[in-house]
Design a protein around this ligand. Structure first.
Ligand code: PSU
Ligand code: MN
Length: 310
């Protein structure tokens, strides 16, 4: 047994899909355990999988359980992650520790990318990526997601980075690290709860096929880093920019006052924003994840089709 297969536990249907070259979409679990309240989190996790299936791809939600990297979870696993109060938020630095200790861990964008790559999955759908936090000058808070995108060859489909972050700096960092950011039917960076920021994108596509061709080309060149697809929240679900930004501003002030730091910052802000918007932000968050799942599955399918014809 090679050392990796000792830790990887790939669900049967995902394994079959890998062996027969079917499209697969990976999903993270921190969004379940730390990103949304119960029971909406588990409902979201199940519905995202359904959407991916209805588009003709196989979902593979990833988490750390019983000393294994589980790729593809059962409904019981999803329920456990959604309910348990002692789930570790696992980023790159935590992966070996949580595996060795056999504790329960939810994977962030960074560690889901690592695990997807280990399993041979090329596409990964989430809500929003982490980035450079506002107040970076003081805290040096930069999400490990950005460096993972710089080094791990997986395509991540998201709705941009939300305004809890410093968007211009996040984009500068991605540029420095050589990460391609491609708008899906948009020419500006989406800001998660809203469709637009004031940051123009250099590249955009209008179809999954165009995107798939870029992914294949990047692969054939062995460039080796990640690729970020940014897909705006549907118009009908987007929030008013002034409204949500004032709530975000206040939540950030509160986080400073309460001395929240490190990995607790993002979950704290998300929770606060859900409370202050009386659930409006949660509704928007769910809608954008579903939209990303649909587009992500379409891209995975288009990729499978063109790569089979090579
Ligand atoms: N953005 C969301 N919901 C989330 C996250 C980001 O809208 O749940 C999670 C993702 O797992 C992401 C992580 O990888 O937060 C980033 O955390 P940090 O900022 O501590 O790197
Ligand atoms: Mn951080």
């Amino acid at each position: 047994m090679n050392s990796l297969s000792k830790y990887l536990e790939i669900k049967e249907e995902v394994l079959e899909a890998l062996n027969s070259n079917q499209p697969i979409v990976a999903l993270e679990s921190t969004i379940i355990s730390h990103g949304m309240p119960y029971p909406e989190n588990v409902q979201m996790a199940k519905k995202v999988e359904e959407i991916i299936r209805s588009e003709g791809a196989i979902p593979a939600t990833i988490a750390i359980m019983d000393g294994k990297i589980k790729v593809g979870l059962s409904d019981i696993d999803l329920e456990t992650l959604a309910k348990a109060s002692s789930v570790t938020k696992v980023s790159r630095r935590d992966l070996a520790i949580v595996l060795a200790n056999k504790t329960l861990g939810a994977t962030t964008v960074a560690s889901t990318m690592i695990c997807a790559k280990m399993a041979g999955i090329k596409f990964f759908v989430t809500g929003g990526i982490g980035g450079i936090h506002r107040g970076y000058e003081e805290t040096l808070d930069v999400s490990a997601d950005l460096d993972e995108l710089a080094q791990t060859d997986v395509t991540v489909i998201c709705a941009g980075a939300k305004a809890i972050l410093d968007l211009p700096r996040t984009m500068e960092y991605l540029e420095t690290k050589g990460v391609s950011v491609i708008g899906y039917q948009t020419k500006v960076m989406p800001a998660f709860y809203t469709r637009e920021s004031n940051i123009p994108l250099l590249h955009s596509v209008t179809t999954p096929e165009e995107l798939a061709k870029i992914v294949l080309t990047k692969e054939e060149l062995h460039i080796g880093n990640g690729l970020l697809v940014v897909n705006p929240i549907p118009e009908a679900d987007s929030l008013d920019a002034n409204y949500i930004n004032s709530i975000i501003d206040q939540a950030i002030k509160d986080s400073v006052k309460e001395h929240i730091f490190g990995k607790d910052v993002t979950p704290y802000l998300l929770k606060k924003i859900v409370e202050e918007t009386k659930g409006e932000s949660l509704k928007a968050n769910l809608a954008l994840v579903y939209n990303n799942a649909k587009i992500g599955a379409k891209i995975a399918k288009a990729y499978q089709k063109i790569s089979a014809n090579q």
